[in-house]
Design a protein around this ligand. Structure first.
Ligand code: NAP
Length: 290
């Protein structure tokens, strides 16, 4: 039997349409500032994509492009100005940053109320306390994919491969809040294959192309592939050997067309959530926030 494909493109399009509808009904335009330091080609593409999607949803998006030799103090001053700007609801600093800037310093400078990437200590603390507000976009997208695919999370054995602040750790916290029994695997995990075989929900976010093989996957398992790897000859691969996994898993996200489109869709939703909270309006349809 072939796994059910979980279509991230369709879900992201539906979420974007819903965010645009809610913005149109709100009577205001949320403001989003995306800061890019330097001209890293992949980051430039991501920032352009975010800018385009935000404008299409009715968000007043602003890309702030700073030279690669920008000092940490100059970046922090720019963030402070955006924190104080009443027209700005969301601030995102595109990572990675040049070596003279500490990523933590930049992230911690963002007002938690405008931290639409959900990486500031206040938002991380709220997430791990089970009271999330602004949730990192990729893990939030994974949770929405699971919900849309009607995956029963409560009581399920979930394995998250990867423990980064951006993906693995926040995702493990979200799965725990949703009552999964969560295991986090990383580069020191012994016998990753055995951990995978036990998992009913398997999320691969290791940054290793096709790390998870078909014979690591249980027949009832739902596989979410967060990895993105550009092949030298063009095309994309994930952290899961898709062709091997397809005949085995119960459901799986493809790469491309799975988690990737959900990340930007969740950024737009987070911008609206931040804008509504700053205006003291409840973010309807956002269970678990508060
Ligand atoms: P990261 O910061 O490099 O973290 C990778 C994690 O995987 C680390 O915790 C590492 O363990 C673990 N790991 C590495 N090799 C492993 C192995 N052989 N076995 C088990 N664990 C292993 O990466 P990230 O930022 O979390 O991103 C992960 C992947 O997701 C990348 O491919 C990235 O491009 C992709 N991504 C996609 C989206 C999207 O929108 N779809 C968004 C963000 C990231 P240690 O901690 O022990 O080193």
């Amino acid at each position: 039997m072939s796994a059910r494909i979980i279509d991230g493109r369709a879900l992201a399009a539906a979420l974007n349409a819903e965010t645009a509808r809610r913005i149109a009904a709100s009577g205001f335009r949320p403001g989003l500032a995306v800061i890019l330091v330097g001209d890293d080609p992949a980051s430039t593409v991501y920032v352009r994509g975010k800018d385009r999607a935000a404008r299409a949803a009715g968000i007043a998006a602003e890309s702030i492009l700073l030279p690669a030799d920008t000092s940490e103090a100059a970046l922090l001053a720019r963030i402070a100005a955006l924190n104080a700007d009443p027209m700005i609801d969301g601030i995102l600093v595109q990572l990675p940053l040049p070596p003279q800037i500490r990523p933590r310093a930049a992230i911690e400078a963002i007002d938690p109320a405008k931290d639409v990437d959900g990486l500031s200590p206040v938002n991380v603390g709220r997430l791990f306390a089970g009271r999330p507000f602004l949730i990192p976009c990729t893990p939030l997208g994974v949770m929405k994919l699971l919900a849309a695919a009607d995956v029963s999370i409560s009581g399920a054995r979930a394995l998250v491969i990867g423990r980064s602040s951006l993906v693995g750790r926040p995702l493990a916290a979200l799965l725990l809040t949703a009552d999964a029994t969560v295991t986090i695997a990383h580069s020191r995990t012994r016998d990753l294959a055995a951990e995978c075989r036990r998992a009913e929900i398997l999320v691969a976010a290791a940054g290793q192309p096709e790390l998870v093989r078909g014979d690591w996957i249980g027949s009832e398992s739902v596989v979410i592939d967060v990895g993105i790897h550009r092949l030298p000859g063009g095309g994309l691969r994930g952290d899961v050997a898709f062709a091997e996994a397809l005949p085995v898993a119960a459901a799986i996200t493809p790469v491309p067309g799975g988690v990737g489109p959900m990340t930007i869709a969740c950024l737009l939703e987070n911008t609206l959530t931040a804008a509504l909270a700053r205006r003291d309006q409840p973010a309807r349809g956002q269970p678990g926030r508060g």
